[in-house]
Design a protein around this ligand. Structure first.
Ligand SMILES: NC(=O)c1ccc[n+]([C@@H]2O[C@H](COP(=O)([O-])OP(=O)(O)OC[C@H]3O[C@@H](n4cnc5c(N)ncnc54)[C@H](OP(=O)(O)O)[C@@H]3O)[C@@H](O)[C@H]2O)c1
Length: 247
């Protein structure tokens, strides 16, 4: 039986990915900043471990505790919608610490065991916002686009060790806690950008385009992890698929 470790399993995509693999007879190490066993069905194949991807000691402890794993999903992430002018540099660093450096740090921590076994797959969850520029998302997009570039280059250096590194790019998914979590991080959009912000909010409210479901993301991750022939750059959800096709 194979084992997968997933970051950010307390809600949204991470939670759905964990359930998807548990239902298909994988051992799942579901990691969360604050472990909550209530969110997942109890199973002898499930372990819940604390992991904050911005904390080196927490990463080391979780990877040690997890033991051998076959697949890693870097899913933990935070959003931010604001103008550059309204975003203090500390907040920008916070976004990169989680979305970008967190992904790199957890990947670094699992690589020795993958390399020694000459096997393993890493899936980095980025976003369809990297496929098309959007208003007031410069920082978030940059943090995810960096992971795209990082992953594509990393895949080349890991291929000789039979380790795969791939990207899943979800579209907009209003059913996760993402928007609420991002709102909590917003410090107020500067007045000069009010009209632009209004345009964004009206666009969301009026949009009837199909959106991404957590299930779309879980299925994309499943296909990348279990099928070595799966694309290493995989949009997930109808909106993400349409944007990728239009590029
Ligand atoms: N929803 C969307 O529209 C959308 C679209 C494209 C891509 N994405 C990406 O998909 C991923 C999952 O997002 P989601 O929509 O499922 O949002 P979500 O429901 O807010 O889930 C995000 C998860 O990341 C965790 N997290 C945040 N900071 C962390 C840290 N420092 N260490 C460990 N875990 C941390 C959160 O844990 P806590 O409970 O501890 O906060 C939560 O479990 C993110 O990378 C996001 O950028 C989302």
């Amino acid at each position: 039986m194979k084992t997968i470790l997933i970051t950010g399993c307390s809600s949204g995509f991470g939670l759905e990915i964990a359930k998807h693999f548990l239902d298909r007879d994988w051992k799942v190490v579901a990691t969360m900043r604050t472990p909550d066993p209530e969110v997942l069905p109890s199973s002898e194949n499930l372990r819940i471990l604390p992991l904050d991807v911005t904390d080196a000691a927490s990463i080391a402890a979780a990877i040690r505790e997890a033991g051998p794993i076959d697949a890693l999903v870097n899913n933990a992430g935070i959003g931010l919608l604001n103008a550059l002018e309204g975003t203090p540099i500390g907040k920008i660093r916070e976004i990169f610490e989680t979305n970008t450096f967190g992904t790199m740090a957890v990947t670094q921590a699992v690589l020795p065991q993958f390399r020694e076994r000459r096997a393993g797959v890493i899936v980095n969850v980025t976003s369809s916002v990297t496929l098309k520029p959007l208003l007031l998302l410069s920082i978030y997009t940059a943090s995810k686009a960096a992971v795209n570039a990082f992953t594509e280059s990393l895949a080349l250096e890991l291929a000789p060790f039979n380790i795969r590194a791939a990207l899943v790019l979800p579209g907009q998914a209003p059913d996760t806690r993402f928007a609420d979590n991002a709102r909590a991080l917003m410090l107020g959009i500067p007045e000069a950008y009010d009209d632009l912000a209004q345009k964004v909010f009206t666009g969301w409210a009026e949009s009837t385009d199909p959106k991404t479901k957590s299930r779309d993301v879980a299925e994309a991750v499943w296909s990348v992890v279990t099928d070595p022939a799966a694309p290493s750059f995989l949009p997930a959800g109808p909106d993400a698929v349409a944007w990728a096709a239009a590029r």
